[in-house]
Design a binder for this molecule. Structure first.
Ligand code: UD1
Ligand code: UDP
Length: 386
């Protein structure tokens, strides 16, 4: 047996430490944390790094997850080096006083990579949720492509959302303990989506509905590689579209990063059919996706969620690690060039068949039961003979 796989006797609980730090990790890990908590086979704990603070706390409140450990790391304008060193040291220290059988991390943030490295230093097994996404370009998305590649090297159990991501790991020689589970992003809907939902955010009152003449467009952008001109260029495109198509109603919940707001506010403030607002909580967001006509985004998670609501996505990046959604026809990679963004939105406005195709595809990211598969695999790993 490997040093990080200690076989459990019948009835002995498996100790799982779930670690996350940013909004998207929290949204995708809370359903799993809740499931583990309710399962008598496990003795789970949750550690948050708080790489994000208010964005994270809002998700914890909604899922009613109370962390056992909170590193409270967020600083305004934090550097990657500060986050990385803070997470390694903080997680390493906690693993000195509490030794789980496995540490679970998610995706591609700096929290995920640094926590996985700390667990490796303590010779604790790492389970990687949302394993195997790749663009094969180390600087795009930056630093996420490297974070997830390195996390993949450190992990013992790999929970890939799709066959594509399993194949990516195989290309890197990672073939053992790789499981296709679906994406836990879809598990979250059981906690957030309801019919006849009433929005909490002031900014989301009196929105158009699907089928209305007015069309709701949800916009988000925050990626580091888009801070250098990309977001500003998209905003100029939105300004043009808002002017020439008054029936479009844009809503942009802005990421709190001051660099994002610095790019958005000078271009998009005070336009009648563009609402700029604070980030909305995840229940508001998911129900907003259900109402919207179109999503413009550079987000990872939104590419996975939008197809469940029949919502086309124009992706404000030059490539994606989520080719399944492009193949399914729900996501179109558009980039951040002003003219390309305008043209892509107008194609959907004027070409009804194109819009119907994009909005009627099936979500390729799972069935909302990924967390159950993941917990069963962890159980088997620690109870069955190697
Ligand atoms: C991080 C992740 C990125 C993920 C994104 C999700 C890394 C390197 N980046 O990027 O992969 O897509 O989260 O949103 O792991 N801030 C606040 N309050 C918050 C959160 C952020 O004020 O609750 C501000 C702070 O000024 C902070 C800045 O946003 O310094 C950037 O946060 P950071 O976590 O460093 O990067 P993100 O761009 O959020
Ligand atoms: N989201 C949210 N409120 C917002 C913007 C996004 O709840 O104002 C949710 C969104 O539904 C998805 C996740 O946050 O579940 C995506 O986070 P983000 O785009 O910050 O990160 P990424 O997925 O790109 O890593």
């Amino acid at each position: 047996m490997p040093v990080d796989r200690i076989k459990k006797q019948k009835g002995e609980k498996i100790k799982v430490l779930t670690v996350f730090g940013t909004r998207p990790e929290a949204i995708k890990m809370c359903p799993l944390a809740r499931l583990l908590d309710a399962d008598p086979r496990f003795e789970p704990k949750v550690l948050v790094t708080a790489q994000h603070r208010e964005l994270l706390d809002s998700v914890l409140d909604i899922f009613r997850v109370t962390p056992d450990y909170d590193l409270n790391l967020m600083r305004q304008g934090q550097t990657l080096a500060q986050i990385t060193s803070g997470v390694i040291e903080g997680v390493y220290n906690i693993l000195g006083e509490y030794t789980p059988d496995i540490v679970l991390v998610h995706g591609d943030t700096t929290t995920s990579f640094a926590a996985a490295l700390a667990a490796f230093y303590r010779k604790v097994a790492v389970g990687h949720v949302e394993a195997g996404l790749r663009t094969w370009d180390r600087y795009s998305p930056f630093p996420e492509e490297m974070n997830r590649t390195l996390t993949g090297r450190l992990a013992t159990l790999h929970f890939s959302p799709t066959e594509d991501s399993r194949e990516n790991l195989a290309r890197e020689g990672i073939t053992e303990n790789v499981y296709v589970t679906g994406n836990t992003a879809l598990d979250a809907f059981a906690y957030t989506v309801s019919e006849d939902y009433t929005f909490k955010s002031e900014a989301l009152q009196n929105l158009p509905r699907r089928g209305d003449r007015e069309k709701l467009v949800v916009l988000t952008a925050h990626r580091r590689e888009n801070l250098d001109g990309g977001i500003a260029s998209v905003c100029r495109a939105v300004k043009r579209l808002a002017g020439s198509h008054p029936e479009l109603r844009f809503v942009y919940p802005m990421h709190p990063n001051p660099a994002v707001r610095g790019a958005v506010l000078p271009v998009l403030s005070d336009i009648e059919n563009v609402t700029l607002c604070e980030p909305v909580d995840v229940t508001d967001m998911h129900n907003l996706l259900a109402r919207a006509w179109l999503c413009l985004t550079d987000s990872g998670g939104l590419q996975e969620e939008a197809p469940s609501f029949g919502l086309p996505v124009l992706l404000l990046r030059s490539e994606t690690e989520r080719p399944e959604a492009v193949r399914a026809g729900t996501v179109e990679v558009v980039g951040t060039d002003e003219n390309n963004v305008v043209a892509a939105v107008e194609r959907l406005l004027f070409d009804r068949e194109r819009y119907e195709r994009m909005s009627s595809a099936k979500n390729p990211y799972g069935d909302g039961h990924a967390s159950e598969r993941i917990s069963d695999i962890i159980y088997r790993y620690f109870t069955e003979d190697a």
